[in-house]
Ligand binder design. Structure first.
Ligand code: AP5
Length: 197
């Protein structure tokens, strides 16, 4: 049974390439959390040719956000698949105000809440370099050229960045320097998590 008193639910926030997925893989082990990356779920569906994958592919290939109603439904299903989880790391969700509001309502209906939203901060030049490098090895369609990456940044600036105020107003926004070694950044995140009430 999901029980709020023993749960930590975190949102990892940050531009494409900020290190959300990388850091989530360490934090989930350390705190025994279920990691949900909406980008990974979409890519899994694309790889397997599902209806959801077909729908999401055109948006992802262009570096645009997938429509809210599709993404919100998918996220809720991922949470519901894990009734035994002792907490979640949401990576790449929410990305719009509508998604943040839907997440709040959904969690509240399950007697759960977000404990903290932690932003990984890094400048565009560092991020572009990381993503172009990854694009060479992973073949990710949205990492292949700088124009697509810049389009993802534009989407972020327009639709996702305003969520900072949403979580700040709730007293739940924290920000961490996302430049440094992976280990250094994990330590910064752990410090924030361990200081939560
Ligand atoms: P998603 O998969 O979420 O991609 P993203 O936000 O663009 O994030 P990335 O995976 O590119 O970066 P990350 O911050 O996880 O960094 P990572 O750890 O991988 O989304 C993809 C697409 O799906 C979206 O564009 C959209 O179309 C759709 N989508 C997803 N969620 C959605 C939503 N909620 N609503 C609507 N549409 C949605 O690191 C990046 C690279 O840097 C790696 O190669 C890594 O090895 C390297 N790296 C990491 N940390 C460091 C470090 N400290 N130093 C050096 N290199 C590092």
């Amino acid at each position: 049974q999901l029980n709020q008193r023993h749960m930590i639910n975190l949102v990892l926030f940050g531009k494409p390439g900020a290190g959300k997925g990388t850091q989530a893989s360490f934090l989930k082990e350390k705190y025994n959390l279920k990691h949900i990356s909406t980008g990974d779920v979409f890519r899994y569906n694309i790889k397997n040719g599902t209806e959801l994958g077909t729908l999401a592919k055109s948006y992802i290939d262009r570096g645009e956000l997938v429509p809210d109603e599709v993404t919100i439904k998918m996220l809720q299903e991922e949470v519901e698949k894990n009734p035994e989880a002792s907490g979640f790391i949401f990576d790449g969700f929410p990305r719009t105000t509508a998604q943040a509001e839907a997440l709040d309502t959904f969690l509240e209906s399950r007697d759960m809440e977000i404990n903290a939203t932690i932003a990984l901060e890094a400048n565009d030049e560092v991020l572009i370099e990381r993503l172009l490098e990854r694009g060479k090895v992973s073949g990710r369609s949205d990492d292949q050229d700088e124009a697509k990456i810049r389009n993802r940044f534009d989407e972020y600036n327009e639709k996702t960045a305003p969520l900072k105020d949403f979580y700040e107003d709730m007293g739940k926004f924290h920000s961490v320097n996302g430049i440094g070694t992976i280990e250094e950044i994990t330590e910064r995140l752990k410090k924030v998590i361990e200081e939560l009430d």
